[in-house]
Design a protein around this ligand. Structure first.
Ligand code: SF4
Length: 436
């Protein structure tokens, strides 16, 4: 496992880079915020407010050519193009559609920086990343009890029968059209699961993404661009449509902290999305949590901690990162966080059959959460199988019992509905799987 590189610097807004493209090269404007764009406009002899117009075109109108920016005079558009600037943003290049409506995308990022990890892969694999669209609910990340399955003992998230059904689904997963689907709007709310890195260094033993290792960090434009690419595909309008974002795709956001938070600011200030409808999940990177705790509550996503085990012994076995930052250290890092009214910390808990799903584990988790003193809820996730992963799905009965024990102990508990398992789009399954 790579050693996570996180500094203990206090939080600060990240200056997005405005270095002009090298001669003859192309460089995307997408990823630069309105302030930086305004500075560039001034640099080329224009009024600063032209930067706002440019930001509006990039992040609200989603233009695909500089010439589509009708608010800018032609000579300004030509000047930008002449300097090598483009309006390119990450593009969906493959779509896999689940029987449940979930879509998994391979998204091509044009503006990556491969120097960020040693020995980057020689092929083009580090240029694509995965993003998931889940229409009609996210299974609990909204944090307002509106999207998950709240404690309902009869709820069945997982069973062998379901796995069989999934494998035999007549509507087999496949490559769907990459074209926009705006004309077929059938959802009333949706969630986009966003990646922050290509691959991941954290090495959780139950996760397919971990098998890739860390290939590279994404930059702010590549992270925010995934969201805009999916919004454009589905015609999502900020303010009209109810959209949740979960930063739970490939990678550990707190190991790419600056780019992740810069992307959040772009999405809030420029794209117009609410941070209250965003959730970031961390495996427990303590220095990252400490920085996040200093962010203004009104400008940051909600926090989810991937707990996944009732104690350090089991957690270290399935999440080696626990050896560096054990459960107590993670809890201590979360404690100073200023929360918004009614905000709760989410503890994500993957139920691994026979490993973390026993009644005694549930009782231990209940004690852990209550003793933490944090306003918290627990999101249960029945483990999603993947090729080469040597774990078992929990039985429906063990899921029910686990949920009931937490509820009876007074811990708010939700069961995340599995989404897109048949196309490897569910939690922990993102590994650019292309087999049908
Ligand atoms: S579960 Fe998350 S943090 Fe752990 S290896 Fe997978 S992507 Fe990385």
């Amino acid at each position: 496992m790579l050693t996570p590189a996180v500094t203990r610097e206090s939080s600060h807004p990240v200056r997005l880079d405005l270095a002009a493209p090298a001669s003859g090269s192309r460089r995307p404007l997408f990823g630069l915020d309105a302030e930086v764009l305004a500075a560039h406009m001034e640099k080329i002899g224009q009024s600063a407010w032209r930067g706002q117009q440019l930001a509006h075109a990039l992040y609200r109108q989603w233009v695909t050519e500089i010439d589509e920016i009708s608010t800018l005079p032609r000579k300004v558009r030509r000047a930008l193009a002449g300097e090598g600037w483009t309006v390119d943003r990450p593009q969906i290049v493959q779509v896999f559609r689940s029987v449940d409506g979930t879509e998994r995308y391979l998204i091509k990022c044009q503006n990556g920086n491969r120097e960020q990890v040693p020995n980057p892969p020689p092929d083009s694999s580090a240029e694509t990343v995965e993003t998931v669209w889940m229409p009609d609910g996210d299974g609990g990340e909204a944090g307002d009890s509106s999207d998950g399955l709240e404690m309902q003992p009869a709820a069945r998230a997982s069973s062998e029968g379901e796995a069989t059904k999934m494998r035999n689904a007549s509507s087999a997963p496949g490559l769907a059209a990459v074209l926009p689907v705006r004309q077929r709007k059938t959802w009333t709310r949706a969630t986009i699961c966003v990646s922050s890195q290509v691959g991941c260094a954290v090495n959780c033993q139950f996760c397919l993404t971990a098998r890739l290792g860390l290939q590279r960090n994404l930059n702010a434009g590549e992270i925010a661009g995934q969201v805009v690419a999916v919004m454009a595909r589905h015609g999502v309008q900020p303010g009209r449509d109810r959209l949740n974002l979960v930063f739970m795709g490939m990678g550990e956001p707190f190991l790419n902290y600056d780019a992740f938070m810069a992307a959040v600011r772009l999405l809030v200030h420029e794209v117009g999305l609410s941070p209250q409808r965003m959730t970031v999940s961390t495996s427990g990177i303590v220095p990252g949590i400490e920085r996040f705790a200093q962010e203004p509550p009104e400008l940051r996503p909600k926090l989810a901690i991937s707990l996944n085990a009732p104690n350090d012994a089991i957690r270290s076995a399935i999440m080696p990162i626990n050896g560096k930052w054990p459960i107590q250290a993670v809890m201590d890092a979360v404690r100073p966080m200023r929360l918004r009214p009614h905000e709760r910390i989410t503890f994500e808990y993957v139920l691994l059959g026979g490993v973390t799903d026993r009644p005694e584990h549930a009782r231990e988790v209940a004690r852990l959460v209550r003793r933490s003193g944090l306003p918290a809820k627990v999101n249960l996730i029945a483990w999603n199988p993947g090729p080469g992963l040597d774990y078992a799905m929990p039985s429906a009965e063990s899921v029910d019992v686990f949920q009931e024990i937490l509820a009876v102990a007074g811990v708010p508990v939700y069961l995340r509905q599995p989404r897109g398992r048949d196309i490897y789009a569910a939690c922990g399954q993102l590994k650019r799987t292309i087999e049908e």
